[in-house]
Design a protein around this ligand. Sequence first.
Ligand code: PMV
Length: 323
Amino acid sequence: MTKITVSAPGKLMLLGEHAVVYNHPCLVTAVDQRMTATVEKTHDALFRLDAPDVHISRYVKPISEIGSGNIPKGAQFVEVAVKNVYKKYHLSEGVSIETSSEFSALFGFGSSSASTVCVVKALSELFNLRLNEKDIFDLAYATVLDIQGKGSGFDIAAAVYGGTLYFVTGGQKIEKLPIQSVPLIIGYSGLKADTVTLINKVAEKAKKYPEVIQNTYEQIDKLVELAKDALIKGDWQRVGELIDINQGYLELLGVSTQKLSSMIYAARDNGAFGAKLSGAGGGDCMIALAPKDTTNSVQKAIEQAGGTIISVKPNDQGVRIET
Ligand code: PMV
């Protein structure tokens, strides 16, 4: 085989963001907006990349130089992923990669993580490396840490395993939950958030008020445990209440914004079981859990608060070979 196309899902954090960076659990679901990579072996010892979604076109570098020198932002994850796989398995052949996305990189669905996972999986197939899900997770997570220095890896796990996961920092635990669907509504705030900036902001607060913030992480941990059981039982009323409490702690950590909070209150006031921001905060998306008969009114209310409804299905399949 010399050419393969693989795809991996984006993700949405349900509960537990920020605490999950510090050895606590979170709940994350894979969404049916996917990233795709077509990877081809070549004979010229060159690394080539086309990634139009992140404005990378005809990017070329000798294989011997990948991972070093100036790497444009849009090429970082794919290039470092290739470098990590090549280094570990002593590969040196040329490779040509094209990525494309069903979703905008602006939403915070984890396009960089999903493309990293696609590339690792594709190389495993092309070079017959026989990597299992955990091997792919470890290589892709190492890539994220090489670039960002921080992060729990929850987005990588969602891209690899799919479904809805109970996940602990760095993949200490990755458990797929036996659920069919989640009655989720997603509202995009129109602002792009930078994850590392927000992690640093929370870290500053933790330095200043260590006990308060540690205690907050522990409370969020408890909410995740309770929500895990409620999700499995399909007790959406209870999951909604736990989501509302989680949002209170995210306010405490200082990562919500006026816009997100307006969208969240709009959803709650119009019949949602509960609503919170999803991910690092500072922008990106909020989620609401709502009964069927209030879906329309909740969506309208979020729009009136200035949000854009993004239609996605949760619990989607993990990384897979397309052709
Ligand atoms: O910014 P997002 O949507 O990738 O979410 C970040 C969630 C954090 O817990 C803040 C960071 C992490 O890696 O878990």
